[in-house]
Each structure stands twice: as C-alpha cells, then as structure tokens.
Write a protein that binds this ligand. Structure first.
Ligand SMILES: [Zn+2]
Length: 467
C-alpha cells in the first residue's frame, strides 16, 4: 500500500493524493494549484499520472483548491466514479461551472488584449477547461451521506465523517485490506474550528493507523470564535458612525453565508442598526440556495431553524444582487450600507469594482475576514499597504481597513491539537500537509511531544510513503 502526495505539500494549494492498493489506483482530491500564472498553468494542465489508470476518486469538500481540476481529469481520460457527500456534490457542480466561466473569460480577455496590442507571436490563450467539460465532469459524481461505510473496490471501504469546515466537508476514512494486512488510513480534509454558529464540530478520528492531517494554521491561534459576532458588531458600528459604506470581500461558499448569519443574529438582537445589506455575487446566491437544501449538514440549532422555515440566510434589510446593472447601481447608493461580495482574496469578481469605487474615501471601511494568499490584492490590504493596484490603476488606500480572523473556516493550532487529543488509535504515522512549511513544522513539534511513538512526516511534493 503506497500513498503519493501530488499537491498541497508544504503549501496550502493544489490538494491531490494517489493511493495504491491491491494493484489499483485511487485518487483523492483533485484541486487547482493557485500561484504564479505560468507555474499554475503547467501544474494544472499536466497530471503526474495517467488519468485513465485511476480506478475512482474521492472528494472531501467543494473548495476549488480541492476540486478545481476535476474537469481536466475527466477530459484527459478518467472514467471512474467520484464519491463525495451530497452537499459537496451540489456545491461542486456550481463551483466548477463558475470556474470554467472565469477561465473562458480570462482566456478571451488575454487574446483580445494581445490582438489589440498587435502581439502576433503570443500563443492563443486557452481555458484549462470549458463550461461543457465542467458539466461533463459532474456526471461522474455519486454522493453518499455522512457516517455510511461503502465499498469502492475490493479491499477498500470508505466512510465520510463531518469535518465542520464548510457545508458538506468530510474527513475520509479508508479501511484497507491487502492480503492479510488491515490498515485504517484517515484523511482529515480541511478541518473546521468547532463551536460554529452553523456547522457541527469536526468528528474525532477513531482507531487510526495512519493520519493525514491538514496544517494550514499549525503554528497560529485565531481570535476566539465565541466573541466573533461581538467583534464584527463593534467594527460595523464604528464604521457606521463615520456614515460610510462597508465593503466585505468574502468567499461565495461558506464565508458569505456565515457573515449573513452573523448579521442576521446581530440585527435580531438590535445590536446592529437596520441598515441595507447587499450580497453582490451570483455564485453566493446560488450557493445559499444549496445551503437551504441541506439541513442535515448543519448543527442542531440551525437545522431546527431551517425545519421551522426560518431563514438564517436572509433578513428584511438584506438584498441578494444577481444582475450586473444592479451591482453597478450600488456605486450611487447615497447612504451607509454593507456590501458583501466575492472574491474573498479580491483577485477577481465584482468586489474589485466596489473596492475601486470606495477605497479612496476615509468614511468607508474595508473588512477583511478571510485568508488571503501572498501576492493578492486582499493580502496587500491586510498588510496595510498605502497604495494598491486595481484593474491596472493605482489607488491610495484612504478607507479604514479592518482585519479579523475569528470567522476562519480552519482550525488553529490548539483546535487541531485538541481534535487529535480526542482521537484514538496508534497513529504510527502522521503526515502533515496543506500548510506552509513553518506552520507544518510548528504543528509537528507540538504533536511529537504528545505522540512520541508516532513517525511525523511533512512530505515533499510527489513524495511517496509506504503505509
Ligand atoms: Zn477548504
């Protein structure tokens, strides 16, 4: 039995793992690698294995760094089934179509620019995959609920458990049998913080022999989640005293719904004045509809609300905006308002227009509430840069920039350690992935103290491990 780490090795992006057992190959995760343009293109275009040789695939959750390259896998010859949780299937179908759309329009933009500037020698830019290819990939999905063991081939039984990270996110448990050998391999996927207002706590791992654990924040602690709403409220009330607008860049799946839910609670409690709130992102609207369809994925309190036909993702003062014209009309909105828009890292989408129009007014506030990778506009704002570039124009940052990480969808160092503490089994090998090297090393140190008999590894890209 062999495991090869083909992505998210000593970094957070491009998750991809190849498991070989009983002479067959199983892939879990097939994420987009996101980085500098040329490297990303190469890494995403060429697989380090032959897609047609993969027997089947498993997917832990919908985020694009875990699912984004599936259409390419299918297009290049993969014929098997892709297993995931029901909500993950629904959300991923949306995400992949959206991703195809972004790639098609990016390629069209580049080709148009090259033509306009007379760059005849530039090769024609092509999208990594098209909308049609994304739709073809979704036909390979087969969804399974949490906690149901199912056989994917001889000698491999799989169970998904709730990882509490986003809607439908799963830990994947593999019960492997090869000859007389029996082994339980657990892949954590991305792990949530626990104590969420919406989601359940991550499930502790049971009887684990080999654990693959994410380490995004293996060396850091977040602000406490319990006081997240109070902190959000304080930031918003300060912003509203200045009578400006509040722009919140947010991921369409997960963060947006979490923020809307928090605003709902604060408005109900009268901690926040009733001011207009806009969610300006078509993908967020579609994703929110899917959230409503899956009460089984939420914690007891939210499940109850959804069953009683209450709407935790809507309130009287909130408007969901689909059309581009309505989005543009927000520029002339005369009063204070809150605009939640994608993308979370401010690299694409309508939020860039809102930032461009509001960044140079000191009355306004930009609230950064999510992770932003290096070299993104979001990261520049978090780092407090005084000038930023948006759509090729230089802007002075005069708006107030507020940063909070309490809404993070990832467990921090103590929360990861707590989860492993509540887990059982010999854990003779622990592989730390999905984290920058410094974060993985910090987590390895803490884990080794508690598990002196475990072999803790931080695998490098394409490294193989015998299980
Ligand atoms: Zn994730």
């Amino acid at each position: 039995m062999k495991l090869t780490i083909h992505g998210a090795a000593r970094t957070v992006t491009g998750s991809m793992y190849l498991l070989e057992v009983n002479g067959r190959k199983i892939l879990f995760e097939c994420g987009f690698f996101q980085g500098k343009r040329k490297e990303s293109h190469e890494r995403n275009r060429f697989f380090p294995f032959v897609p047609s040789e993969i027997h089947c695939m498993l997917l832990s959750h919908t985020h694009i760094d875990h699912s984004g390259n599936i259409p390419n896998l299918v297009h290049q010859g993969f014929e098997g089934t892709i297993f995931c949780n029901h909500a993950t299937r629904d959300l991923t179908s949306l995400m992949l179509e959206d991703s195809a759309h972004i790639q098609e329009s990016d390629a069209a933009f580049i080709n148009k620019r090259n033509q306009r500037e007379g760059r005849k020698d530039e090769p024609l830019a092509e999208p990594l995959y098209t909308l049609r290819e994304a739709q073809a990939a979704v036909r390979h999905f087969m969804s399974v609920g949490y906690d149901r063991a199912f056989d994917i081939m001889e000698g491999v039984t799989v169970t998904f458990h709730d990882a509490g990270h986003i809607l439908g996110s799963s830990e994947i448990v593999f019960d492997l049998r090869e000859g007389a050998r029996r082994l339980r391999l657990v892949f954590s996927g991305d792990i949530g913080r626990g104590k969420s207002d919406l989601l359940r706590d991550p499930t502790p791992f049971e009887d684990v022999d080999v654990l693959i654990l994410e380490s995004t924040y293996g060396g850091r602690t977040h602000e406490p989640q319990e006081t997240a709403n109070d902190r959000l409220c304080a930031i918003l009330n300060r912003a509203l005293e200045r009578k400006g607008k509040v722009i919140i860049p947010a991921f369409s799946v997960g963060r947006t719904q979490q923020l809307v839910h928090a605003l709902h609670e604060l408005t109900e409690k009268h901690s926040l004045a009733r001011i207009p709130i806009y969610v300006d992102s078509p993908l967020s609207i579609n994703a929110t509809e899917i959230f409503r369809l899956h009460p089984e994925c939420f914690n007891a309190a939210t499940n109850e609300k959804l069953r009683n036909h209450e709407n935790p993702f809507g309130l009287q003062t909130l408007t969901y905006i689909r059309s581009a014209d309505e989005s543009k009309a927000l520029n002339d909105h005369p009063e204070s308002c809150i605009i939640i828009s994608a993308s979370g890292m401010c690299e694409a989408g309508r939020v860039r227009h809102h930032l461009r129009n509001n960044i140079d007014d000191p009355k306004n506030t930009i609230l950064m509430a999510g992770f932003c990778a290096p070299n993104t506009l979001g990261r520049a704002l978090i780092e407090g840069q005084s000038h930023v570039n948006i759509h090729g124009e230089k802007h002075v940052v005069r708006a107030h920039v507020e940063v909070m990480d309490a809404f993070s969808a990832h467990a921090d160092r103590n929360e990861l350690l707590g989860l492993v503490e509540r887990s059982t089994g010999p854990m003779r090998q622990i592989l730390l992935t999905h984290g920058q090297l410094d974060q993985a090393e910090a987590l390895a140190k803490s884990l080794q103290v508690k598990h002196p008999d475990s072999k803790i590894l931080i695998p490098d890209l394409h490294e193989s491990v015998e299980l």
